[in-house]
Design a protein around this ligand. Structure first.
Ligand code: AMP
Ligand code: GLY
Length: 430
């Protein structure tokens, strides 16, 4: 059996997914919509807008696509799986209803409450309850976390240290409509202190397997300072979590959540991203995402020894029973960004040096925000490239050194990157 596969998305995560899928002996043809220049190395990139479900459906029928792999959350929350399923096109990813676990924070919170899953205590206010929310903030303990209920491209979470800041945030969401309908409700949450870890669960709704745990770096500046971004780097290896912690996560978080979704007659299929925090009182949920994380996917997939395409296809067919994953080695990803990101930044600068690093051992460069202009690769986004190093043998310190040496060989104007990616991981290993 050989499969025609379509990957949806255009970032470093999707470049990594295409790269790994392209190594499978089960693959016939690999396509990417809308894709990026990095994916052209192993997929046919097709310029169809991601929001045009009908055009995507027509493409799938024409190319006899056996499975669509959805990278970003937005098409999932908009129900692309439900839509393509009507035409018998299998999709790796959850239905619109299950994707609410990311699309609506209040849906996720209600599910966790019902199933007794440990998470921050919370209270929800709707837009017409502005005064009640304000009163709550006046009396509340600080810091407090304010989250808009709907999708906000990672920008909908604010941690306030005092009332004035919280009030300003509340006003922006409810009075100045900063997030549109995504801000029709807010979740006010207890602040949790601890180390964060991302765990990817691949599930057919009943059975599941785990990929190696990862940590990402969300803030723009060294030492976790400055604004939140889509992610400035990541690393992954099994030692991030002990066997006991993995058991705790399975029993207190994954099992009850998958059960809860089954009970709501929306079995979850695809990748469930568990954003967790290790607190003194145990491991708690910060958030769920209905898809692979970015930039964690870029490292997690390096450690996965299984055939990713086989894993995904078995997931879609509901045949994960008796399947297991093997994850080994260590991987690190450094994001090369445009200076100024996540605020305004300039793009359109030629990228040089990619040819110098292409053949380096244990190295792969994924494209996140690049374009091809007249045969040249130029920067076209905030996060431009991902420098990924991985090895089964090298120690992690060597990988960190190598990732930074490699980053120096790639150049474009306004190149910016954090200097401390991976250092937290070294502490884990000592
Ligand atoms: P989210 O978009 O829900 O992942 O939140 C973005 C980031 O905000 C998380 O990765 C955490 O660093 C932080 N965060 C979210 N919720 C909490 C919380 N209850 N306590 C502490 N930090 C949080
Ligand atoms: N790395 C965080 C996310 O993908 O949402």
């Amino acid at each position: 059996m050989k499969l025609n596969v379509l990957v949806l998305g255009s970032g470093g995560r999707e470049d990594a997914l295409c790269h790994k899928i392209s190594k499978s002996p089960l693959l016939k043809n690999l396509y990417a919509i809308p894709g990026n220049p990095g994916m052209e190395r192993y997929a046919k990139v097709v310029k169809v807008p991601l929001g045009d479900f009908e055009a995507i459906k027509n493409f799938c029928i024409e190319k006899e696509i056996d499975m669509v792999v959805v990278g970003p959350e937005e098409p999932l929350v908009r129900g692309i799986k439900d839509y393509l399923s009507k035409f018998n096109i299998p999709v790796f990813g959850p239905s619109g209803k299950s994707a609410q676990i990311e699309g609506s924070k209040s849906f996720a919170k209600a599910l966790m409450k019902r199933k007794g899953v440990p998470t921050a205590s919370h209270i929800i206010f709707h837009r017409d309850e502005y005064h009640k929310a304000r009163e709550f903030l006046e009396k509340s303990a600080y810091p407090i976390v304010i989250k808009v209920d709907g999708l906000a491209a990672g920008k909908g979470v604010t941690i306030s240290q005092h009332f004035n800041h919280a009030l300003q945030t509340l006003d922006e969401i409810f009075l100045h409509n900063k997030f549109g309908v995504s801000g029709n409700s807010i979740v006010l949450e207890e602040y949790l202190d601890g180390e964060e870890v991302s765990v990817f669960v691949v599930t057919d709704g009943k059975d599941y397997v785990l990929l190696s745990p990862a940590q990402d770096y969300k803030r723009v500046g060294d030492g976790d300072t400055g604004k939140n971004t889509g992610g400035m780097g990541s690393y992954s290896f099994n030692e991030i979590l002990s066997d006991g912690q993995i058991d705790e996560i399975k029993h207190s978080i994954i099992d009850p959540v998958l059960d809860g979704l089954l009970e709501e007659s929306s079995p979850y299929t695809g990748c469930l991203y568990c954003g967790l925090i290790i607190t003194r009182e145990g491991i708690k949920v910060i958030e769920f995402n209905c898809r692979f994380g970015d930039p964690e996917t870029q490292v997690v997939l390096q450690n996965l020894e299984n055939d990713l395409l086989e894993l995904m296809y078995l997931t879609v067919k509901g045949e994960l029973k008796n399947y297991s994953t093997k994850n080994s080695g260590k991987a690190i990803c450094l994001v090369l960004a445009s200076f100024g990101y996540p605020d305004s930044y300039e793009t359109g600068y030629e990228i040089t040096g990619l040819d110098l690093v292409e053949h380096l051992n244990d190295t792969i460069i994924y494209h996140a925000g690049t374009s091809k202009v007249g045969g040249k690769i130029v920067s076209s986004g905030g996060r431009v490239l991902n420098v990924v190093l991985s090895s089964k043998e090298k120690d992690f310190k060597e990988l960190i050194n190598n990732v930074y040496q490699t980053a120096e060989l790639i150049n474009f104007e306004n190149k910016y990157y954090r200097k401390d990616i991976g250092l937290r991981g070294l502490l884990k290993l000592n």
